[in-house]
Structures are given as C-alpha cells and as structure tokens.
Write a protein that binds this ligand. Structure first.
Ligand code: FAS
Ligand code: PHB
Length: 389
C-alpha cells in the first residue's frame, strides 16, 4: 500500500489530522492498535475550546456537538467555604463547550467512514521506519499477516505510550517532565450536574472538580493518592469525600448515584522536543502531556493537528517546505503556554504534601487575589478559553 501520510493512532489527534488532510486533498491512512469500541470506551476529556469546535466544523464533524454540547460562559472557583465565578465570556468574548472526548472521537470516526477513508483497526506491532530518509514506511501486522505502507510522511498520533516517540534515537530528542505527587479519581454518573457550570475546588482535604457530560450525566473528580486503587473507593466513599471538599450549599445540592465509570489518572507535565524527526511528526499526547486541570490535553491535540495539516497542505499544494520546517517551533510555542497554564492551575488548586501549611496559605492568597482582580481573572480566562492558534 502507498499513501501520502501514514497516521499512527486513531485518537482525537490522528482522526482530526486525517480529516483535515482529506479536506485539503491529501491522501492518508490511519493505523490503530485497538478496536473502535475500545477507543470509544476510554472516558477522558470533556471540555472543548472554540478553536477545537471550529476544526470539527471544518471537517464536517461538528453538527452533533452544536446540538448536544453545553456552551459555558464561565467557571467557578471554590475555596475557603465559598464560590467565585470567573466570567470567561465577559473577559474574552469567548466560551467553552462541554462535549465528551468520546463523542468527539465518534463524530470523527463517522466523518472518516462517510468519506470512505482507510482506518486499519487492531493493527499490531506498528512500526515507523526510515523517517530520516525520503522514503519512510510503516509496517504492521493484521490478522497474523505482515504489511507495509510506503508514504511521504508519518504522523505519530499514538499518545504518551505510543511507538512513534519511542522510535526516535535518544540523541535526537529532549524531554521535559514533572510528575505530580497525586492523581485524579474520576467517576461518571447518570445524575444531574450540581451546577450549570464547572466548579474547581481548593480544599484542605484536596482538590475536587464538578463537571458534566450533559444535563443528566455528571463527571466528578477528587484528588487522590498515587497509591490509591479504585477498589478502595466504593461509590459511597467517593460521594462522601466529594461533599466534604465542596462548600455547604453545593454539597447539599449534590445528587449522588451509582458510578457508570470509575478510573484513576496520574498527573504529569511532559514535553518532547522537537516534534519533527525528518519525515515523521509527533502530534497530541505523543509529544506532550498536561495535567487535566486546565482542560488542555485534547485541545492541544487539535491545534497540533491543525498546524501539521496546514504545513502539509503548503508542502503539497504550494510546493513549499516552510510549513513543515516550522511545524515543531509553531506547535511547541502553543504547547508550552498550555503546559505553563495547566501547571499553574494545578499548583493553586491541589493539596501539595511538601509545601506544608504556608503553601496552603499562599494558595488561598493567590485565589483571593485572582477572584478580586479583573486583570488576574482575565488572564486565567484567556488561557482557559484557549490562546490563539
Ligand atoms: P490518545 O492517547 O487519545 O490516542 C492515541 C491513540 O493511539 C490511541 O487510540 C491508542 O490506542 C493508539 N496507539 C497507541 N500506541 C499505538 C501503536 N503502537 N500503534 C497503533 N496505535 C497506537 N484531557 C483533558 O483535556 N481533560 C481531561 O479530563 C483528561 N482526562 C484524561 C484521562 C486519562 C486517563 C488520560 C490518559 C488522558 C486524559 N486527558 C484529558 C488527556 C486526553 O484527553 C488526551 O489529551 C487526548 O486523548 C489526546 O489525544 P491523542 O493525542 O489523540 O492521544
Ligand atoms: C471533564 O469534563 O472531564 C473536565 C473538564 C475540565 C477539566 C478537566 C476535566 O479541567
């Protein structure tokens, strides 16, 4: 088989890149090691920036998001027993949309199927080869038979644990990492959201987040120890702990119910530089990871896909290599600002064992200043809604 761009990974980055390339008339094939149902079964992000929604529209995958997504003009920060609204719309003129990553992935899968494009699921032992030459290729095994795809470029959209970044020789890549001393325990429940907007809570017992997937399906998180296992968190314990970390009015309103999904995610900040290796490019979690506090992971995957698709369009249509030569620098400029914002949001909202009581007091002082200062809350708002592409 031959294609222009071989994409490894059918998560948001790979699927969106595939659709953008198709829209620009650039042939591509996606190789995914899991089944579609497995990919859709991963409960992850829930919040889209306007830029991400605009890209879904551009590739014909945005209609359901506009029908079912919840548009929010603000978020609330809860600390010291009360809640304070950050008016995103007033500060930036922009809003965010609550629409689960599962739905985004399904919409992109359907758009790809409707366009009759090739996605090879359950592709085993996928490997990128010769990306330092002008003749890169990707090999994989399907139903026990080995296959090879000759291509012009490889897009490594295979997430943090993928094969693409791992295939780069160590001397050609520099990584930056911060692992946080806690995780997020998240549950999904068929219960109405406790508030019509998101509530981020700083509490002496630890961070909590009340978010949602629809008007009847809620998503909640509590900060937990990295030693915790979901077996130690029966639903009742989760709901009791969440209530303890919320202001009384919110805790009293919280509707509890059986969890339909429960998982613990570790938190890390990670960036690999550069994001280009000859004829192989990295996009999304394959190149960077942010703690979900700033709701940036999925949205960075989208902006990487956009930058890479435009760069490849320039290569094929305008016969210019300027875009692909500039992709890594351009993508990393936005990535690092989101890494900084996600670290900052995490640092002011979570309980850090090593910063002691003075650390907790400094957090409260920063939150107090933040909600009282128009300039400070505008700064949070413009990062939260998403910096320009
Ligand atoms: P993905 O990891 O989504 O997709 C990579 C794809 O590549 C997968 O389908 C995988 O099966 C495939 N793959 C991997 N190795 C392969 C190989 N060798 N061959 C072929 N295919 C291969 N972000 C938020 O904004 N908010 C959140 O609340 C949030 N929660 C998260 C919770 C968890 C547990 C995790 C892991 C991430 C979370 N994220 C969150 C971040 C998440 O949404 C990512 O940013 C997003 O999935 C990035 O999309 P991709 O880059 O496409 O990577
Ligand atoms: C979610 O809805 O899962 C979500 C929203 C905002 C975040 C993190 C997770 O910051």
């Amino acid at each position: 088989m031959r294609t222009k761009v071989a994409i490894i990974g059918a998560g948001p980055a790979g699927l969106l890149l595939g659709q953008l390339l198709h829209a620009y008339g650039i042939d591509n094939v996606i190789l995914e090691r899991q089944t579609p149902d497995y990919v859709l079964g991963r409960i992850r992000a829930g919040l889209l920036e306007e830029g991400t929604v605009a890209l879904l529209d551009e590739v014909g995958g945005g209609a359901r998001a506009h029908r079912e997504g919840l548009v929010h003009g603000g978020i609330e920060l809860a600390f010291a027993g009360s809640r304070h609204r950050i008016d995103l719309k007033a500060a930036t003129g922009k809003t965010v949309m609550i629409y689960g990553q599962t739905e985004v992935t399904l919409d992109l899968m359907n758009a790809r199927h409707a366009a009759g494009l090739t996605t090879i699921y359950e592709a085993a032992d996928v490997k990128p080869h010769d990306f330092d030459t002008d003749h890169p290729r990707v090999t994989y095994v399907k139903d026990g038979t080995s296959h090879e795809i000759a291509c012009d470029f490889i897009a490594g959209c295979d997430g943090f644990h993928g094969v693409s970044r791992a295939s780069v020789k160590p001397s050609a890549i520099e990584t930056f990492e911060r692992v946080y001393p806690f995780g997020w325990l998240g549950i999904l429940s068929e219960t109405p959201p406790v508030s019509h907007e998101l509530i981020y809570s700083n509490h002496a017992r630890g961070f909590a987040l009340c978010t949602m997937r629809s008007t009847h399906r809620s998503r909640h998180y509590v900060q937990c120890s990295l030693d915790d296992h979901i077996d130690q968190w029966p639903d009742d314990r989760f709901w009791d702990e969440l209530k303890l970390r919320l202001d009384q009015e919110t805790a009293d309103k919280l509707v509890t119910g059986p969890s339909i999904e429960k998982s613990i995610a570790p938190l890390r900040s990670f960036v690999a530089e550069p994001m280009r290796f000859g004829r192989m490019f990295l996009a999304g979690d394959a190149a960077h990871i942010v703690p979900p506090t700033g709701a940036k992971g999925l949205n960075l995957a989208a902006s990487d896909a956009y930058y890479l698709a435009v760069a490849l369009r320039e290569y094929y249509i305008e016969k210019s290599a300027a875009g692909i030569d500039h992709y890594s620098e351009k993508a990393l400029a936005r990535v690092w600002k989101a890494v900084r914002f996600s670290w900052w949001m995490t640092s002011i909202l979570h309980k850090f064992p090593d910063t002691g009581t003075i650390g907790a007091r400094i957090q409260l002082a920063e939150l107090d200043y933040l909600v009282a200062s128009k300039a400070a809350s505008a700064s949070l708002a413009e990062n939260y809604v998403g910096l320009p592409y």
